[in-house]
Design a protein around this ligand. Structure first.
Ligand code: NAD
Length: 471
């Protein structure tokens, strides 16, 4: 589609929003959500096959991380939408006696959703669910890196909706650049911090509001009060889920040096239990998704080679195959903060371990890195957990596990600073696509606020002097 057609589509959606969606009842939004749910349920195998074609994503992981969370989001919205959308009355302060205040939840209007490739179905459809629930029209731009899913998303939305209501635009940077020139009422972007900056800059030209769901370098802290077998099992799963290509994937592990050797043994054991013992067995294991494409394979291979050159030691893994976009799950030790592997978001199956002498050393290392999207603490000590939480910052935090925060429908999901702004999921996602409009109604004629109008006399001066706000 050409640039002026994007503009036509935008205006078509704007008109549809003003003439249809603004007047419709909550029931109509629910109907749209229900249609998507039905389509997904009827096409579950097709979705699984499609993601397998894109990056050999295993059917089980597709169910866990692409299909079920979306069905869950829809179910929650279907159940709560009437309550979420209700106009809410607020208390009146003494100073505004006689007035009534309420918050009316309104849709923002014409919204753009830009999605990444790593959960190409869920991260495209998820924000669309929130935008529909809030009553908006939507243009969705999926990732071009997962072309089969891109086509599937076109099918899903053109099967179910007219383009005035929901449209899908395919393509890469040139198409997204053109789309970003339009005066969207809201842009919901999921992707890298680098592209997040481009999106925000473009949004600023029209003062479009933005949600930025970005990435980052997520730390894991393992203290000597952790249960090592339990930690190893959870980390072996959380790190290699989607082959490490997840925004909440652990990026580096800080571990008390007194337990490091024992922990590595536990991690190897748990890894073998899940994925196999021998290089061929691991490679053939269908539970391991592949790296998305050769560009990302080469990025990761260079990162791995450079980190080894800089002194990192391979504990296990480092089996690579460029033709298959395969790097076996790899654990590195002897990593310092100067090592290249520490300096970027890895987004692949490599896990560096850094040993620390005392907890404050570990916190110093964490403070060198931008605020992460996810923060994982493994310790049975409440005192230690609180100490770490109170001395750090993060979009989300999990105690004694990884990754699961994403699946909690009642927790806001999002980053802070370079890991993003705004929140996704459930009610929080709904609010992101809504305007909370304040409405204050005043009585006619004599009102208490007229006591502060000029002309001032001794009585009005007394009122102004003694009046207090919100006490
Ligand atoms: P990306 O930023 O490269 O691409 C995301 C989207 O932006 C794609 O649709 C792409 O077409 C578009 N895009 C790319 N370059 C662009 C440009 N120059 N101008 C305009 N649009 C452009 O991200 P990705 O590689 O698809 O995804 C990986 C990143 O996303 C990681 O940093 C990861 O942590 C982050 N992520 C965050 C979350 C979250 O919920 N916070 C979830 C998944 C991924």
């Amino acid at each position: 589609m050409e640039a002026n057609n994007y503009s036509k589509l935008y205006h078509l959606q704007q008109q549809y929003f003003n003439t249809v969606l603004k007047q419709e009842r909550i029931y109509a939004r629910k109907e749209r959500l229900f249609k998507i749910k039905k389509w997904i349920k009827n096409n579950q195998t097709l979705i699984q096959e499609t993601l397998y074609k894109d990056f050999k994503k295993t059917p089980e992981e597709v169910l866990i991380s692409e299909i079920k969370p979306i069905i869950g989001e829809i179910n929650l919205a279907l159940k709560k939408l009437r309550y979420w959308s209700k106009t809410k009355n607020v208390d009146t302060p003494l100073t505004l006696l006689g007035t009534k205040g309420k918050i009316k939840i309104e849709p923002k209007g014409v919204c753009l959703v830009i999605a990444p490739w790593n959960f190409p179905f869920m991260l495209a459809v998820g924000p669309v669910i929130s935008a529909i629930a809030a009553g908006n029209t939507i243009v969705l731009k999926p990732s071009e890196m997962t072309p089969h899913t891109e086509k599937l998303l076109v099918k899903l939305f053109t099967d179910l909706f007219s383009k005035e209501c929901i449209a899908v635009i395919t393509g890469g940077i040139p198409e997204t650049t053109e789309l970003l020139k339009l005066p969207w009422n809201h842009i919901f972007f999921t992707g890298s911090p680098q592209v997040g900056k481009i999106v925000m800059k473009q949004a600023a030209t029209h003062l479009s509001s933005v949600t930025l769901e970005l990435g980052g370098r997520n730390p894991v802290v393992i203290t000597k009060n952790a249960n090592l077998r339990d930690t190893a099992k959870k980390l072996a799963w959380g790190k290699f889920f989607n082959n490490g290509q997840s925004c909440v994937s652990p990026n580096y592990v800080l571990i008390d040096q007194t337990i490091k050797a024992k922990f590595i043994e536990e991690l190897k054991f748990e890894f073998v239990e899940m994925y196999g013992n021998y290089p061929d067995e691991i490679k053939e294991n269908k539970a391991l998704t592949r790296i998305v494409n050769n560009f990302h394979y080469n990025r990761l291979k260079n990162l791995l080679d450079n980190s080894i050159k800089a002194g990192a030691k391979v504990v296990f893994g480092n089996v690579t195959d460029s033709d298959a976009n395969y790097i076996s799950p790899t654990i590195l030790t002897h990593v310092t903060v100067d090592n290249p592997i520490f300096k970027e978001e890895i987004f692949g199956p490599i896990l560096p371990l850094i040993a620390y002498d005392n907890l404050d050393n570990a916190l110093e290392i964490i403070h060198k890195v931008d605020t992460p999207l996810a923060f994982y603490i493994f310790s049975k000590s409440k005192k230690e957990q609180n100490y770490i939480i109170n001395n750090t910052s993060a979009g989300t935090t999990v105690l004694n596990d990884t990754t699961l925060q994403f699946a909690h429908p009642n927790l806001p999901f999002g980053g802070m600073g370079s890991s993003g702004m705004g929140k996704a999921h459930g009610y929080f996602g709904f609010l992101e696509f809504s305007n909370q409009r304040s409405i204050l109604s005043q009585r006619t004629n004599g009102t208490t606020s007229q006591l502060i109008y000029p002309k001032y006399n001794w009585f009005k001066r007394f009122v102004i002097r003694t009046i207090t706000w919100n006490e």
